[in-house]
Design a protein around this ligand. Structure first.
Ligand SMILES: O=C(O)C1=C[C@@H](OP(=O)(O)O)[C@@H](O)[C@H](O)C1
Ligand SMILES: C=C(OP(=O)(O)O)C(=O)O
Length: 433
């Protein structure tokens, strides 16, 4: 979908959508829970983005009984036995889905074909291939790309994972290993990045009655033969998404505007909560309350941002850096290259078309601040929801309107983003389906 976005300033109150990371975890844990006497889990405040629908569909296919309402779910779990009705597992473009579900799928002797779309076809899974090689689990793919055929069953024992590629492998194993018929140890080699996501995993596992011994994130001791228990849970707002609205509020050209963001847990464990500390360091003024926050326009200064623990907020922080005084450096962004797009190159390329001054240096983004963007050009979202949303927020500081291609990519995590954008004062016009 191609849309025209006119320059406008955003203002008002926004309901931040539920955390995608918590939603995946809650749906999976509830789907694995014992379904004795039809005992069910209830998950409230869910939004069926493409990624969450994908995970939910797969868990249903693997034996959970799921009743979907508009913004909640009831699940009777499959009692830890993954028995697929269909061996084909379509993960669409969701890295979380495929990396969480590969090990869970083979906690039972199964034959599965994992497939994906877009960039997911190429996103790395090598950490699992090493385990399959060690355990002589059959797997087949062409040139390391999806589809991936896997046949076998995981064995309890020692597992080693590099902590600097994707924390999603660690989450997948933390979910799967308690289901094996013996104890396991998960050892993390190299530096653990995206550590906050492991905290979310441990929190939901605990809620489901799963016990894991965390040895300071260097290793985890996991007892086998554990049983997931049903639970009730309400998903909190998503810090990766509130980041867009925080930056929108800071860069607003209308000094009288303010953006109030609802459902933002002040004490959240989400790693992207770092957005608050980063923008405050750059000079932004936020008013933070127990479960909401208020952002007013402010002048910001460049800084150095280590993005290794909060990769998903890199694109929108690049927008903020581009409009801040002096130089902003976003460093340690290696894994940004293996997301829905190569986010170092995609955000640099598209923001520069608007008139920003962004350069790549190794795995860093080096940004020289400008007063505002020119706009007046066509930009592309690279089929990446976070690039589309970042460009939408950047458009509010363009002199001229912009055309955005692949605007529909927001549906991966935030399907009603454009409705919210318009509700907050954005002006868009669809040009092409
Ligand atoms: O576990 C999760 O929910 C996620 C982990 C992160 O991935 P990496 O650990 O690969 O950085 C993040 O980018 C992704 O959007 C969600
Ligand atoms: C990288 C992301 O998600 P995933 O890895 O689940 O595809 C994201 O939402 O930015």
């Amino acid at each position: 979908m191609k849309i025209k976005i006119k320059p406008s300033t955003l203002n008002g109150t926004i309901e931040i959508p539920p955390s995608k990371s918590y939603s995946h975890r809650a749906v999976i844990a509830a789907a694995l829970a014992e379904g004795k006497d039809n005992r069910k889990s209830k998950i409230d405040n869910l939004k069926f983005s493409v990624d969450i629908t994908t995970t939910t569909d797969i868990m249903e296919n693997w034996g959970a009984k799921i009743n979907r309402e508009e913004s909640s779910l009831e699940i009777v779990g499959n009692s830890e036995k993954v028995v697929p009705k269909d061996k084909y597992v379509q993960c669409n473009e969701s890295g979380s889905t495929i990396r969480f579900l590969i090990p869970i799928g083979i906690t039972n002797e199964n034959e599965l074909i994992f497939d994906g779309k877009g960039k997911l076809v190429d996103r790395p899974l090598d950490s699992y291939y090493r385990i399959f090689d060690e355990q002589e689990i059959f797997y087949k793919n062409e040139n390391g790309k999806l589809p991936l055929e896997v046949k076998g069953k995981l064995k309890p024992g020692n597992y080693e994972i590099d902590g600097n590629i994707s924390s999603q492998f660690i989450t997948g194993l933390l979910y799967a290993l308690p289901l094996l018929d013996g104890d396991s140890k998960l050892i993390i080699n190299k530096n653990l990045e995206s550590k906050g996501y492991i905290d979310l995993t441990l929190e939901i596992l605990k809620l489901a009655g799963i016990e894991i011994m965390n040895n300071d994130y260097k290793s985890f001791d996991i007892r086998g033969n554990q049983i997931y228990k049903p639970f009730d849970y309400t998903v909190e707002g998503d810090y990766s998404q509130v980041a867009f609205w925080i930056v929108a509020g800071i860069i607003s050209a209308n000094r009288d505007n303010e953006i109030k963001c609802l459902h933002v847990n002040k004490n959240s464990l989400q790693g992207d909560r770092e957005i608050i500390e980063i923008v405050e360091r750059m000079g932004a003024k936020l008013e933070i309350f127990y479960d909401y926050l208020i952002v007013k326009p402010s002048k910001t200064k460049g800084t150095v941002i280590d993005i290794s623990q909060c990769p998903d907020i890199a694109p929108i922080l690049t927008v903020l850096g581009a409009l801040s005084e002096g130089e902003t450096r976003i460093i340690n962004g290696e894994r940004l290259r293996i997301k829905e797009s190569d986010r170092i190159t995609s955000i640099k390329t598209e923001l520069n078309k608007l008139g920003a001054n962004v350069a790549e240096e190794g795995d860093s983004l080096i940004i020289q601040g400008v007063e505002g963007f020119r706009g007046g050009v066509t930009v592309n979202a690279w089929n990446d929801h976070r690039i589309a949303m970042s460009l939408a927020i950047a458009s509010t500081r363009c002199e001229k309107e912009i055309i955005l291609e692949e605007a529909e990519s927001v549906r991966k995590s935030y399907p009603h983003f454009w409705d919210d954008f318009v509700r907050m004062g954005g002006e868009i016009e669809a040009i092409e389906k």
